[in-house]
Design a binder for this molecule. Structure first.
Ligand SMILES: [Zn+2]
Length: 262
């Protein structure tokens, strides 16, 4: 009887706060992804969003606080690189948009130090996307702590600010990973709308995906690393079309009302 009650309560909670609540879902689709990848993605989304909706993962964001205000956050992963990051920064400057960059610390060498500093100086957030871009679910707690802290230390050395917002590579988390991140004082930021620019090299498909699934409060996942020239091609039109629909671009600290740096 008790077991039945617990199951019933879990079901009720999921029905109330689960997949249909835009605060706890990850959207974005593409006809260009093959069936296996789509299935993998659906499973990952379900396994990731359910514990957040159920309150098992804490201090973690998928979405802005409001589903009403037409605010939106563009986030770019996997920079810095010697080419695309600068082009993304040029476009953001042209359109007067502030964004959030989750950067990989081991890429911050030579010229890439300059582009890291440039992103910060131009008013974007420079945030933690780990040192070597591993799956955190395959690491020990000690390795996780090492990845987190060496990255924020390097960013601090370059920009003067120590990031407290972290995005796990591949979105790979579990209870132990989340607990370790939290114990180190970091906040995890995932995304609610996946541009899928990592999975398809097709400008029109990326734009169509975003414009079909966008909604107020979205944190949009994009990439600005070495492999992401199609994102650069699509970005201007994405910004223009979102603006036409009345969306206002915010940095994550603004949209979530949280501190980005120590
Ligand atoms: Zn990444």
């Amino acid at each position: 009887m008790k077991k039945l009650l617990i199951t019933l309560l879990a079901f009720l909670q999921l029905a109330l706060f689960g997949a249909n609540d835009p605060l706890y879902e990850i959207r974005g689709k593409s006809p260009l992804l093959d069936a296996n990848l789509t299935q993998f993605l659906d499973q990952w989304r379900n396994e990731t969003t359910s514990p957040i909706a159920e309150g098992n993962y804490t201090n973690i964001y998928l979405h802005g606080e409001s589903t009403k205000a037409k605010n939106i956050a563009l986030t770019f992963d996997d920079s810095p690189d010697e080419n695309n990051t600068d082009k993304v920064l040029d476009l953001l400057k042209h359109y007067g948009v502030k964004a959030s960059f989750f950067m990989i610390a081991e890429a911050m060498e030579e010229n890439n130090i300059t582009v890291t500093k440039r992103a910060f100086d131009e008013g974007h957030l420079v945030l933690n996307h780990s040192f070597t871009h591993p799956h955190f679910t395959a690491l020990t707690s000690e390795q996780i702590i090492q990845e987190l802290n060496t990255t924020s230390e390097r960013i601090h050395k370059i920009t003067g600010s120590y990031p407290l917002l972290f995005r796990p590579p591949y979105g790979a988390i579990n209870q132990e990973v989340v607990d370790t991140i939290n114990a180190q004082g970091y906040t995890t930021v995932l995304w609610s709308l996946d541009s899928l620019d990592w999975g398809m090299q097709d400008k029109e498909a990326i734009i169509t995906n975003i414009m079909t699934y966008v909604s107020p409060g979205d944190i949009i996942l994009m990439h600005s690393g070495r492999a992401n020239h199609v994102t650069v091609e699509a970005l201007g039109e994405i910004i223009e079309r979102l603006r036409e629909q009345g969306y206002v671009f915010q940095r994550l600290d603004e949209m979530l009302s949280i501190k980005a740096y120590k």
